[in-house]
Design a protein around this ligand. Structure first.
Ligand code: AHR
Length: 507
């Protein structure tokens, strides 16, 4: 396929949001237990945290991590996870049909986040609980001292407040599967009054109201309208969640176009939020927190015995430990492109989840830890975007027909520019994906306003012959999937100048 892309140094849309490259740790399966936390592991540190996993987390570098759920949070009592270990109860987790030991809770998560060098984002339970418990938790977490819950925190050994800045008002409350699922009006009331009460305690916090669990929810659109009409001045963000898979009804060609759905999702939520803002005559803009997104083989999950409630209650079982391929990594790259393209509106993004459960990373109990293929684009796009500005990218690409999304661009793009200390242009980075199953892509990028560009590095995601993923036996195929120099993969990149001084990159 051929594509022409135009960028101009003067046309940036926003600074790249620092929180766009977040992830998610839920008390689910082995994300926490034997994922980030395993006191008996040979590489566990003094806090029981897996230092081998922490090393990988620091490399991949999620900038913010949402916790503790997910569906889990809608039945969770935060008090169970604080204070002396021997007094913490074992409880039923209805969401995943597991037993929660509560050996890991807020303080352990805060220690982990500190070592991982990431920001905490905390979800309150608006499924089985409400305003009062959310306020108690906020008081415990952020109040300096001298009150019941802040003093309890000190008694538990933590003097300084955790100062959690970013809070989710529940999780996926539009979903019938959610414990305490609500109608839009019921949730809007609860979210609004909880937001107002929480901000009475700490007016500096930022709050995320629940949006839709996917764009295909029957209430999508109406849900956002009703929730925002009630909460507009009291929240900063509304959430969006989306998972994509290759399946019988979504062949590979359609799966590769998943970012088309994400684009439309974001544009629709932004339009709905702006319509509410117009009606309320508000000057405020609501941001989007895309706080769960990934590739997930949901078809397999829904037919599993656990999803159908046919399994005994157990501690930290293997749940949805999807093994990702190079194709999945390409889709994740395009989803990152979509988030970046919307960097003026999507201010938080959380890939779901961090370890084992549809994980960027995998770890075995007592054994090794490794990165999955999808960690490659995540790490690269994060490293190469932060500190830059999102460029307005105009793409004119050959297209192909999909059953699910109609006519779709074969080449998908986003771009970021970094300035040097003096305000000059230091670096242009293009993130490109080719959705063609047969051909390599021929891309011409016209570069307006960039003086004297030369090619830095050009990398391409590549799989070794006959291998498309990493398995637990990583030693057997250490380079199964990796980023190779474009030249080594038979590609070229060059910058050409025309007589009038304009430059074009040919890839
Ligand atoms: O990430 C797995 C689950 O997907 C989360 O618990 C839930 O919020 C979503 O449906």
């Amino acid at each position: 396929p051929r594509a022409r892309i135009a960028v101009d140094a003067a046309y940036t849309t926003a600074p790249v949001p620092r929180r766009l490259f977040g992830s998610f740790v839920e008390h689910m399966g082995r994300c926490v237990y034997t994922g980030i936390f395993e006191p008996d592991h040979p590489r566990a540190d003094a806090d029981g945290l897996r230092s081998d996993v922490l090393d990988l987390v620091r490399e991949v570098g999620p900038t913010v991590v949402r916790y503790p759920g997910g569906n889990f949070v809608s039945g969770y009592d935060w008090e169970d996870g604080v204070g002396p270990l021997d007094a913490r109860p074992r409880r039923i987790d209805r969401a995943w049909r597991t037993v929660e030991t509560n050996a890991f809770g807020l303080d352990e998560f805060a220690r982990w986040a500190d070592k991982a060098g990431t920001e905490m984002m905390y979800a309150v339970n608006l499924g089985t609980r409400g305003l009062q418990e959310a306020c108690d938790l906020l008081e415990y977490a952020n109040h300096p001292g001298g009150t019941l819950f802040s003093d309890l925190r000190s008694a538990h050994g933590r003097q300084d407040p955790y100062n959690i800045q970013l809070w989710c008002l529940g999780n996926e409350m539009d979903g019938p599967w959610q414990t305490g699922h609500k109608t839009a009006h019921e949730y809007a009331r609860l979210a609004g009054e909880t937001a107002r009460a929480m901000r009475q305690i700490d007016p500096t916090i930022e709050l995320v109201a629940c949006g839709s669990s996917s764009r295909s929810m029957p209430t999508f659109g109406e849900w956002e309208r009703i929730v925002l009409e009630e909460t507009y001045e009291d929240v900063q963000l509304i959430s969006a969640h989306a998972y994509y898979e290759e399946s019988e009804t979504t062949p590979l060609a359609d799966f590769l176009a998943s970012a088309v759905d994400m684009d439309l999702f974001i544009d629709s939520v932004a339009a709905t939020a702006d319509a509410v803002g117009a009606k309320l005559k508000s000057r405020k803009k609501i941001g989007i927190s895309f706080d769960e997104w990934n590739v997930w083989n949901q078809t397999a999950w829904h037919s599993s015995e656990r999803a159908r409630g046919l399994i005994a209650w157990d501690v930290a079982p293997r749940i949805i430990e999807d093994e990702y391929t190079v194709q999945d990594a390409v889709v994740v790259g395009t989803l990152l492109n979509s988030l970046l393209r919307h960097g003026d509106r999507v201010l938080v993004g959380c890939q779901a989840q961090l370890v084992n459960v549809i994980g960027l990373l995998r770890s075995e109990p007592g054994g090794a830890a490794w990165k999955q293929t999808i960690a490659l684009p995540f790490e690269q796009v994060r490293r190469r975007s932060l500190g830059g500005h999102v460029l307005d990218v105009r793409t004119s690409s050959d297209r192909y027909e999909t059953g699910r999304y109609g006519d779709v661009d074969l080449v998908d793009a986003s771009a970021v520019v970094h300035h040097d200390d003096g305000g000059g242009l230091a670096r242009l980075t293009l993130f490109l994906a080719n959705r063609s199953l047969e051909e390599s892509a021929d891309v011409a990028v016209s570069l307006g306003g960039f003086a004297d560009l030369s090619v830095g590095d050009a990398l391409v995601l590549a799989a070794a012959d006959g291998q498309d993923r990493y398995t637990s036996n990583r030693e057997a195929a250490p380079d199964a999937v990796r980023l190779r120099p474009l030249a080594a993969a038979g590609g070229t990149v060059a910058v050409e100048a025309s007589e009038r001084g304009a430059q074009t990159a040919r890839i």
